[in-house]
Ligand binder design. Structure first.
Ligand SMILES: [Zn+2]
Length: 496
């Protein structure tokens, strides 16, 4: 957009603009009205309160997740979107939380605050065993332990997590750590919580498979006490974990769409994941962005907006287990992904959005800058990050060469409650969530209305080069996903 037009847009922010649908012709620029609307009274908070307080925590595979899917369908229908439906997909492994009991039994007896880790198998019978201090579970720690680890429960210390990078380190070390624990014939692993003051969280320790031995996260305070007792002599503990585990299982994504006015076959997708972990009620991760997706759909319907391309609003499930909802969508729509002009995903709670990650594709920045021309801080002057990470629902679209845009949000307010008991409604920054909804509406409108798509579809070779350049390949290997890309199970078919 030209500078002159940007001034018109800014001027429009202060006045009451009403956009009226003109399905046959290009409508007037609705972006000022979209921004103004989201800043006023909207039901975003009410939707979030409903989802978190009535449905609550909703791991994929639980009755709560089924209720969340029904809730999402109801919401899309209430908005009278022209098309509303669900699509099923298959997850490779089932893991649902059950009961657990962790206690120190000697030299003193005390209960240990603990949460079973997603992907942890159950203990076949309750364990009563020696505890050994495995330090931070590094290679050197395992060498030092030697035979002492056989038959023992490993206590693994962790530092407090304060940044997204530290969170990724926590994920990246899981599989090698558990493989090493298994190799030394340990019987269970107790991971020290990375959050202080007794806070527990669900830390998935594997994706797409069960872990090789039982794992629980225990409170920092219990872990530190056990560590001090271990310096004085033998410590014994009782560990019983019962989780519901199984093989493949089916879940559903919820979809609502507004068919495009000129290019109904081309799709701009706005997505957020509907599932969550269960200790809290999944407000920041990711109920608030489910409410955001609903609010953007509501804005388009209220204002009668019908852009050039189809806008598809998708609430994915199966995200927490390894982005299986979006992977299932990409698989099901394989033949049409070349017609997906863009995928926009929000998955960092109500953190302030400073731009959009273009995941290793700097040429996509221009489309974002055009979408936000005239919006302070987000237009031409914003440095939309080229970084990429393997951890939300844009990923399988990226693997298929589709241009993706992930909201680059401030992680600081999100991280302390991530997957934790404290991820509840009152943690959400509602004014920021409303601003995020405004930005999502503007970006989705602009991408769906622009004469040209924001960028080309990449080939398999281009995606492969991108994975290496952004080091996404290392994350994929750490999470056990690289084989699926290499074999053509995820992303492009294998080259001949
Ligand atoms: Zn999330």
């Amino acid at each position: 957009m030209a500078r002159g037009a940007a001034c018109v847009l800014l001027a429009g922010l202060g006045v009451s603009l009403v956009a009226v649908a003109q399905p046959a012709v290009a409508p007037a620029d609705p972006r000022p009205a979209l921004l103004k609307r989201a800043a006023g009274e909207t039901p975003l908070a009410k939707d979030l309160e409903d989802l978190t307080d009535h449905v609550g925590g909703r791991p994929t595979g639980t009755p709560a997740c089924t209720r969340a899917v029904a809730w999402g369908l109801d919401r899309f229908r209430a908005l009278k979107l022209p098309r509303v439906y669900t699509e099923s997909f298959t997850l490779p492994v089932l893991w649902l939380p059950g009961t657990l009991d962790v206690r120190v039994t000697a030299p003193e007896s005390f209960a240990v605050r603990a949460a079973s880790a997603p992907a942890s198998p159950s203990t076949s019978s309750p364990l009563d065993a020696r505890v050994v201090d495995a330090g931070e579970g590094t290679e050197a720690d395992f060498l030092r332990l030697g035979k002492a680890a056989a038959g023992a429960i490993l206590l693994v210390h962790q530092k407090e997590m304060k940044t997204l990078d530290q969170l990724f380190e926590e994920y990246m070390k899981s599989r090698p750590l558990l493989a090493a624990a298994r190799a030394v014939r340990a019987v269970a692993v107790l991971l020290e919580s990375t959050r202080p003051r007794g806070l527990l969280y669900r830390h998935p320790v594997d994706f797409g498979a069960l872990a090789p031995l039982p794992v629980a996260v225990i409170s920092r305070e219990s872990a530190e006490r056990m560590g001090r007792l271990l310096q004085q002599g033998e410590v014994r503990a009782h560990v019983a974990i019962h989780s519901q585990t199984g093989g493949t299982n089916v879940s559903e994504n919820v979809i609502g769409e507004i068919p495009g006015r000129e290019k109904p076959g081309e799709v701009v997708l706005l997505g957020a994941h509907l599932d969550s972990w269960d200790l809290g009620t999944g407000a920041e991760d990711n109920g608030v962005n489910v409410a955001l997706v609903l609010d953007v759909a509501r804005a388009f319907m209220e204002m009668g907006l019908v852009p050039r391309r189809t806008v598809r609003f998708v609430l994915f499930t199966g995200e927490e287990q390894g982005m299986y909802g979006s992977a299932g969508y990409a698989e099901r729509h394989k033949a049409e992904l070349r017609d997906h002009a863009a995928v926009v995903v929000f998955d960092l709670g109500s953190g302030k959005t400073s731009g959009f990650q273009v995941s290793g594709r700097p040429e996509l920045r221009a489309a974002v800058a055009r979408a936000f021309s005239g919006v302070p801080g987000l237009g031409e002057e914003a440095a939309h990050a080229v970084d990429a990470f393997d951890g939300t629902d844009n990923f399988d679209f990226l693997l298929a060469g589709v241009p993706t845009f992930v909201a680059d949000q401030d992680g600081a307010p999100y991280l302390p409650d991530y997957h934790a008991e404290s991820d509840v409604f009152e943690r959400v920054n509602l004014p920021e969530a409303k601003r995020n909804a405004a930005l999502a509406a503007v970006l989705v409108w602009a991408l769906a209305e622009a004469p040209q798509p924001p960028g080309k579809h990449q080939s398999r070779a281009e995606v492969e080069a991108l994975l290496k350049a952004t080091k996404l390949d290392q994350q994929m290997r750490a999470f056990g996903q690289w084989e699926d890309w290499a074999s053509g199970k995820r992303g492009f078919p294998r080259p001949p």
